[in-house]
Design a protein around this ligand. Structure first.
Ligand code: FAD
Length: 476
């Protein structure tokens, strides 16, 4: 997020001085690290949680259209940078990987058929295919079928336009662009406090993780892009807008296989249905991952609970985030989400073999010897005040900004990295409203659809999707 915002600001206002403070020794070692997230270019091509079934049985597609629109903004921003030589060869961070949804059981098959019917004619979902035929599905993803009972009803959708994104490589390249253009990036520097001074500047206090004395820097504008730790730092800033917000950390694990024979047999991201009580981001999926030139498979995530707000955080993070103003929302969100708590406890207690059985629901002939566990990133879900319920748990992301726009941060986790560009454009509009007119030509050069909705303009959608596909070398 910080790398995206910093790059945008460098493009819009090259004379501004920008400083990045990162507590770890390199960029993108937390959630944006390629092995800490699933690398799905989230565009709702396959993720079923964006298309819930309504009580009348019809499918709600507005969430899917929104996420797809957002990803098209990211594609445009990355294309602009690639075209100008500000990002390297696209395959270093984005690779074509078909996106599939795969379900079993009569009810789920009916749901997927209806979802396909609801999306197939939408301009942003052009090319979506559907099948209930095992031989067709086997052609799309060979490992899904052998070992499965012939009597089991199954269905899948597939779209070639899906992508696998190495968000770590992307963040590293954006940081390099910023540094090459005058930004100062300081690693091993942990921000410990953020306070407003009488002169209106923000004082950012830092501690060196390695050697050297603490130091302060002063800024007119601060973006708290600290991932799971943003809540804590925004609380320290004392802005009233953060009052009532809390965080609920969810940890995770993936299974990974580098077995070349298996990797060669599966080239897709295959998303299934979430288990009852599971948070939407715990939908299981079997993924091709392309990282630093080599391909692996990944399955998961298996959710769990840890009170840390970052993978490298402290077990006191959750406890330290509790304030009088967020106590009621946090208790209400906890008691209102007992099925989630039950699900997480169940996942924590689950035996290795039970977890592997989840993989075998996708890949019946999968063998434990080919897979090993890796720890995923921490996600801190947003808890916020709710007039009726006292507090609610939210699964999206949310920008929290001071009324004068001098400080802002991003809470929440999903869909996250895929939508960093539209989220940061929104933040720019919130925090720099008086500059937007002057910046508009450059904003349109970076994102040609800026200010427009692609779903309202199929011709524009077609030309933009075709163009970004050519530049990023991914299917249309
Ligand atoms: C299991 C899992 C799967 C996911 N799958 C996907 C996916 O498939 N597609 C997708 O688009 N998104 C996915 N996401 C979400 C995505 O990873 C995140 O939304 C995104 O990486 C967040 O980026 P960020 O810059 O906000 O946070 P981060 O990448 O976590 O960066 C925050 C940075 O702030 C630093 N920091 C924290 N505190 C301080 C401090 N006090 N001082 C200095 N530095 C500090 C950290 O060290 C870190 O480098 C997934 C997330 C998880 C956990």
């Amino acid at each position: 997020m910080s790398a995206t915002l910093g790059t945008m600001l460098k493009q819009l206002q090259p004379d501004w001085s920008i400083q990045v403070l990162e507590k770890l020794g390199d960029a993108a070692e937390e959630s944006s690290n390629p092995w800490n997230n699933a690398g799905t270019g989230h565009s709702a091509l396959c993720e079923l949680n964006y298309t819930p079934q309504k009580p009348d049985g019809s499918i709600e597609i507005s969430g899917a259209v929104k996420v797809n629109e957002q990803f098209q903004v990211s594609r445009q921003f990355w294309s602009h940078l690639v075209e100008n030589g500000d990002l390297p060869e696209p395959s270093s961070f984005i690779n074509p990987t078909p996106h599939m949804s795969f379900v079993w059981g009569e009810g789920n098959v009916e749901y997927l058929r209806k979802r396909f019917d609801a999306l197939k004619d939408h301009p942003l979902f052009e090319g979506l295919e559907y099948s209930e035929d095992a031989s067709v599905i086997r052609g799309w993803a060979p490992v899904l079928i052998p070992g499965r009972a012939k009597s089991q009803p199954i269905a899948a959708t597939r779209i070639a336009a899906g992508t696998d994104v190495n968000f770590g490589a992307l963040a590293g390249s954006l940081m390099k662009y910023m540094e090459d253009n005058g930004a100062q990036i300081t690693y091993d520097a942990r921000v410990t406090n953020i306070k407003r001074q009488k002169d209106g500047l923000w004082r950012i206090s830092c501690r060196r993780e390695i050697g050297l004395a603490p130091f302060d820097i002063y800024a007119r504008f601060v973006f708290v892009g600290a991932g799971g730790n943003a809540l804590n730092l925004l609380q320290k800033s004392g802005i009233p807008e953060i009052r009532g917000y809390g965080g609920f950390p969810v940890s995770g694990e993936f299974l990974r296989s580098d077995n070349p024979e298996l990797v060669a047999r599966h080239q897709a991201k295959v998303y299934g249905m979430a288990a009852v009580g599971a948070p939407p981001m715990s939908v299981p999926h079997l993924d091709t991952r392309v990282i630093d030139g080599s391909t692996s498979l990944m399955f998961g995530p298996y959710a769990g609970f840890s009170p840390k707000f970052l993978k490298s955080g402290s077990v006191f993070d959750l406890f330290k985030s509790i304030r009088p103003h967020n106590l009621v929302p946090m208790i209400a969100a906890g008691t209102g989400n007992l099925s989630l708590v039950k699900y997480l406890v169940g996942q924590l207690a689950a035996k290795k073999s039970t977890k592997f059985a989840e993989l075998q629901q996708f890949f019946p002939k999968g063998e434990e010897k080919d897979w090993y566990r890796i720890t995923a990133g921490q996600r801190v879900q947003v808890i916020k005040k709710d007039a009726k319920k006292g507090g609610v748990l939210q699964f999206g992301t949310e920008v929290v900004a001071a009324a004068d726009g001098s400080i802002a941060g991003l809470l929440g986790a999903s869909p996250g990295a895929s939508t960093a560009a539209p989220i940061m454009l929104g933040l720019i509009e919130t925090c720099f409203p008086d500059r937007i007119e002057a910046w508009r030509p450059k904003l349109i050069a970076m994102v040609p659809s800026f200010g427009k909705k692609l779903s309202d303009d199929p011709a524009l959608a077609d030309s933009i999707m075709t163009r970004t596909a050519q530049i990023l070398r991914i299917p249309r």
